[in-house]
Write a protein that binds this ligand. Structure first.
Ligand code: SF4
Ligand code: SF4
Length: 376
């Protein structure tokens, strides 16, 4: 690639989800890396890995916008590649997510193929630790993985963008089990970094045309940032994205862990930004939400004593159910890894004694009926 540094991030303006604007923006952010022809060679199978957290319509800004996927697919097809689109949502089925999030239309209009993750392959990785990570076996059929993330706040990690998006390559309910095993931001983020190192996407793009602020990643508010961002290095890309919305890197737990491991891209001052100036893209009033702070995660890393960990878990906000908003769908009950949600009549009830504050319930509630509060 023409840009030799692995620590380069490109930024481009894209104010609306309009086909010409998105095409221009995507071409702009790929330009410093040699353009699509450098990234994709004729005949290659390319997986576009969007954020399909749950079956939410594009206007809610929960998932990567289908127009960004559509235009990227067209560009790859023009370069001679063959596009597949796949992700493993947290709660809904892959088929339903494809349908509601607009992927099905992209597939019909472009000739891309949906890729449903159904099998598991274990991949050895030496990241935070040396271990075998369960990944979708279908990834092995691809020549290139392009990570198509969405920029959002996140209750557990502070922010979700390129690094965390790769977690969807861990298929099915295993994701929930890991939430149970690693309830603290630092521990969970070490897992996320290991998954990222195992998947190693060739290129990452963040859809921040409309981002999500506030109570992300599911119940926040859409916020127009008018940006597309890209890099070969997802850590560097997230570092720049965090800076745009006003997070210091140490307050995003994935970046904090990347710094611990001294990964390329974890030092903001060493990143070259191309396209737009970072200063011109920063927003000062982005609502970063009730996000847990990276400093707590670092404290746990320094003092890995069980009692202290429990104190820190107990200091974190509690999920509370707003019975006026809840429709009794049961998604929180089905996806609570600690199984501490029960139903009293038609409204769920949380047993706080066993709640590990993983916030999966808040993440999957389509009615934004779960709020995080300081008290039970
Ligand atoms: S809190 Fe949300 S996810 Fe749980 S039952 Fe109510 S609406 Fe469904
Ligand atoms: S109630 Fe919510 S925050 Fe508590 S363990 Fe269950 S899913 Fe996690």
């Amino acid at each position: 690639m023409p840009v030799s540094s692995r620590e380069t991030v490109a930024l481009a303006r894209c104010l609306h989800y309009h086909p010409q604007e998105v095409r221009h923006g995507l071409q702009k952010v790929m330009q410093p890396f040699g353009g699509i022809e450098t990234l994709v060679k004729p005949g290659q199978k390319v997986l576009l890995k969007p954020n399909l957290l749950s079956a939410a319509p594009p206007a809610e800004a929960v998932t990567t916008h289908p127009l960004v996927l559509k235009v990227m697919t067209e560009l790859i097809h023009e370069a001679g590649g063959k596009v597949f689109i796949g992700d493993s949502p947290g709660s809904d089925s892959q088929e339903k997510a494809h349908q509601v999030c607009g992927v099905q239309e992209v597939v019909q209009e472009t000739g891309a193929e949906p890729l449903f993750f159904s099998k598991v392959n274990y991949k050895k990785v030496r990241g935070y630790r040396l271990w075998n990570i369960p990944l979708a076996a279908e990834l092995d059929q691809m020549d290139i993985i392009i990570n198509m993330a969405k920029l959002k706040t996140h209750s557990l990690t502070g922010m979700t963008a390129a690094v965390k998006n790769v977690y969807g390559c861990v298929p099915g309910k295993t994701k929930g089990r890991y939430h149970f095993e690693y309830p603290l931001p630092a521990d969970f983020s070490r897992l996320l970094i290991d998954v990222y190192l195992a998947v190693k996407p060739a290129f990452s793009i963040i859809d921040a045309v409309i981002a999500m602020e506030g109570a992300g990643p599911r119940g926040g508010k859409p916020r127009q940032l008018g940006l597309l961002m890209a890099s070969c290095n997802a850590v560097a890309l997230d570092n720049v994205a965090a800076s745009v919305i006003g997070f210091r890197s140490e307050h995003v737990s994935t970046l904090s862990v990347a710094g611990e491991l001294k990964l390329s891209g974890s030092d903001l001052s060493a990143i070259t930004v191309r396209g737009l100036q970072l200063e011109d893209c920063r927003v000062s009033d982005f609502d970063k939400g009730p996000a847990s702070k990276g400093s707590l995660g670092r404290l746990v890393a320094l003092f890995p004593v069980a009692r202290l960990r429990n104190i820190i878990i107990n200091r974190r906000p509690y999920p509370r159910i707003d019975s006026d908003l809840c429709n009794g769908c049961g998604v929180c009950y089905e996806n609570c890894p600690a199984q501490v949600i029960n139903f009293i009549g038609s409204i769920p009830d949380i047993n706080f004694d066993g709640c590990i504050r993983c916030y999966c319930c808040q993440e999957f509630c389509s009615k934004s009926a779960i709020k995080l509060t300081k008290t039970k």
